[in-house]
Design a binder for this molecule. Structure first.
Ligand code: ACM
Ligand code: ZN
Length: 767
């Protein structure tokens, strides 16, 4: 170890000085010295053993993109002398490198890439590709790199059930994963809205289950159930031959493909094909869109269900040699199990306490079957409920709690919390982005992710195998959009799971991203420019009632141009250098420049410095701590919420009303009071029934100014921001009381019928 440290400089000390080296993920150790080696068309590309012949061909093809020629490959016979590139397997196993590590040396007289295994050589080839991308005409700096991954599981998930994605895209993703040194492809092949894998024994799974009625004009969650196979035109599936070829292609790129065969829920596609496998036997068809809650699930009391699943899994195991099979397990609503005689008999006969334990029985029974075939199961964290199957790996998605719980009882874990790893979430300002699931997961946020929770001991931490990015495709119907959501965030995740924790350095990463964006362009990847968006952080100054605005961007050394007069910024607009104050209602527009051009991602923020701005405000019922916006002054901070409930500007009240009293500090005349409310019925957020405005001079006796009735349909599934306003003028007003009446409970027919409704409110404006 001491020798190793003596030879190599730790890259964390030296990395920023090499502007022409922009490796992602950052290697464990890198030492750069003066001088260069140039790859020429006649430079032989040698492989030390025939095991690496295919790898050499792959390298020649890959590097061609930057060299402009394809190198000649040949077996190393020891006689080629210098000025060669050699790919080699180590004759003695290097413990530090492990199964996937490599060394890459560019010396004056040639290049050598070696690993204990072909996987390591593959990753060395990727690193050289990246070096070529930032050094023209094959002229490389002299480097000495020793590199290996922090985690063994470096995953990417793709949902092909909600929207079918063609095989060409899956191949493209395998290439991208290899470039990012990611090694597990979690293929979500089955969900309510589609069964995408040919199963020879059950042809109806694809002849029926792969097709749904297309309703692109309706929001995903507004599409009704229909059972009409004749008009089911949207869909597709992969044949077994196609899958085998893909799995082999992935293996050549050190990628294990883990299929997800969902159970017991998210299987309405299978139940449309074989309705007898559900508790009710009903045929509800393949749903054209979202279904919630998911009650139509496999019957756990029917042995035919298990016979069916075992037969399916036998074919799945033939196609996928992975140690792990993902069995889903998420989001099963057990309502039908409660009233199903077969399920209840099973509970009784097996001595189970409830339906949660019945799910545990279900998963454990499948686990036993798969274990007997030499396979292991992975499941979403719901498989902890009712008791975890003994050997299961838990995929922690509802935060990290499931992963922590599983590790504490000694099971292995893959981290994929919604907060950092769900790439179906927004990565930028929702006004500038395609429709996404919600959330706000920027490039920097992904980069900040730490897969090992602090509460785990050192021993427990070893059970965290790694992390994974998930892409659910309810709103993602084409591959260009899928690329947009994956990239560049996958680059951030790659560094999280590959590079040593103490190398994490956002500033340096964002510098290296400049080169990564250029690579994406060469590779025809439709990456998002969201990281180039400007973010504006306002801070209320109570004392002088001003708003201090800080502008920033996730891009490297951004040049931010902005305007304060509502005009669209251009390259000659104000240059942002430090935070500034505003003392009146102002529209800030801002964007960054790149190569002398303004990036077409202009953010627009309006700040309302109205009469109640930064006024004292008290609320009768507290808002939910989860939806607290910016805290105390949020409703009078000059900022109105967007259509996204999680944008940080909305206060959320569960089941209770907003009753807010504002003290303007002195008596004054007013002509306008308003409050913004949000509706997002899919998230159980509804506009109020009515809003009343009361005024007082003393704060004791209030006079009703006006009650404004709601006119928005609570069943409208669009995201709506509605302004409730009174324009009754009034004199001598010091106190204003605003009451927004919560709907109380979700309305009849809504999936949350009878459960507490959310009321979300944002800025109260007084003029
Ligand atoms: C999941 O997102 N339902 C695992
Ligand atoms: Zn049942």
């Amino acid at each position: 170890m001491a020798v190793v440290l003596g030879i190599f400089m730790m890259s964390c000390r030296s990395k920023t000085q090499y502007e022409n080296i922009s490796l992602i993920p950052l290697p464990v150790k890198m030492d750069v010295s003066a001088g260069s080696f140039t790859i020429k068309p006649q430079t032989p590309l040698l492989f030390s053993t025939h095991e690496l012949e295919g790898m050499a061909d792959y390298a020649a093809e890959l590097w061609d993109a930057y060299l402009g020629f394809e190198l000649r490959t040949e077996k190393d016979d020891g006689l080629k002398g210098s000025n060669t590139i050699t790919l080699a397997l180590n004759s003695r196993y290097d413990e530090e490198l492990g199964e996937e590590g490599y060394t890459l040396r560019v010396k004056k007289d040639g290049i050598r890439i070696s690993g204990n295994r072909p996987a390591g050589v593959l990753y060395g080839i990727q690193t050289l590709y990246q070096l070529l991308s930032t050094n023209s005409e094959g002229k490389l700096p002299l480097v000495n790199i020793k590199d290996y991954p922090r985690f063994s599981y470096r995953g990417v998930h793709l949902d092909v059930a909600r929207h079918f994605h063609p095989m060409e895209f899956i191949y493209k993703m395998m290439d991208q994963m290899a470039m990012h040194k990611l090694n597990v492809f979690h293929w979500h092949l089955i969900d309510d809205q589609g069964w995408r894998l040919e199963i020879k024994k059950y042809p109806r799974l694809t002849s029926v289950g792969a097709w749904r009625v297309d309703m692109p004009e309706l929001h995903w969650n507004a599409r009704p159930l229909v059972n009409d196979p004749a008009s089911a035109t949207y869909g597709g599936y992969y044949t077994q031959e196609e899958v085998k070829a893909l799995v082999a292609y992935a293996a050549e790129r050190n990628i294990t493909v883990i299929p997800e065969i969902e159970m017991p829920a998210h299987v309405m596609s299978a139940l449309a094909a074989y309705p007898e496998l559900s508790c009710t036997g009903e045929n509800l068809g393949v749903p054209p869109g979202g279904v919630w809650p998911i009650t139509h699930i496999y019957c756990a009391g029917n042995d035919e269900t298990f016979g069916f699943l075992e037969n399916v899994l036998l074919e799945v195991m033939e196609l996928f040699p992975s140690e792990y099979i993902h069995i889903g397990g998420d989001e099963a609503d057990k309502t039908n199990w409660k009233s199903c005689p077969k399920c209840q008999t099973r509970i009784e006969e097996e001595g189970l306490n409830d339906e949660e334990e019945l799910q545990s029985y279900f998963i454990t029974r499948i686990e036993k079957f798969l274990n007997a075939q030499g396979r292991q199961i992975i499941g979403w964290d719901e498989i902890l409920e009712g008791g975890l199957a003994p050997n299961a790996t838990v995929m922690s998605w509802r935060g990290e709690a499931g992963g922590i719980e599983a590790a504490k009882i000694g099971n292995t874990v893959v981290m994929t919390p919604g907060s950092h790893c769900y790439f179906d979430h927004y990565q930028g300002d929702p006004d500038l982005e395609p429709l996404a699931f919600g959330g706000y997961t920027t490039l920097a946020k992904v980069y900040s992710y730490e897969p090992i929770p602090e509460v785990l001991t050192k021993e427990e931490s070893k059970l965290v195998l790694g992390a994974q990015a998930n892409l659910w495709t309810e709103y993602i119907s084409d591959t260009r959009h899928a690329e947009y959501m994956y990239f560049p965030r996958l680059a951030a995740l790659a560094e999280v799971v590959w590079s040593p924790k103490n190398h994490r350095d956002w500033g340096d990463f964002s510098r290296r991203m400049e080169a990564q964006y250029k690579r994406y362009e060469v590779q025809d990847i439709n990456y998002a420019l969201s990281a180039f968006q400007v973010s504006a952080s306002p801070k209320v100054n109570i004392d002088d009632k001003t708003l201090r605005i800080t502008l920033a961007s996730e891009v490297y050394k951004p040049e931010i141009r902005y305007t304060l007069d509502g005009s669209t910024p251009d390259v000659s607009s104000l240059l942002y250098t430090s935070p500034f104050e505003i003392n009146q209602t102002t529209t800030v527009k801002a964007a960054v420049t790149r190569n002398g051009q303004l990036i077409d991602q202009v953010i627009e923020r309006e700040y309302y410095l109205h009469k109640a701005f930064a006024a004292n405000i008290e609320m009768e019922h507290p808002n939910s701590p989860n939806y607290d916006a910016h805290g105390e002054y949020s409703l009078v901070n000059g900022i109105r919420g967007s259509r996204s409930y999680s944008d940080g500007n909305w206060k959320g009240f569960s089941g209770v009303d907003l009753v807010a009293t504002i003290d303007l500090g002195e008596e004054t005349s007013i002509s306008h009071v308003s409050v913004d409310a949000l509706q997002t019925s899919g998230s159980w957020i509804f506009v109020p029934q009515w809003v009343s405005f009361e005024i007082s001079a003393s704060g004791e006796n209030y006079e009703l100014l006006e009650t404004v009735m709601n006119t928005i349909d609570v069943n409208d599934s669009r995201r709506l921001v509605e302004v409730y306003a009174t324009r009754q003028p009034a004199e001598n007003v010091r106190f204003i009381r605003i009451t927004a009446k919560n709907q109380g409970v979700c309305p009849p027919g809504h999936t949350g019928e009878g459960q507490p409704a959310w009321l979300f409110v944002s800025e109260i404006v007084v003029e």
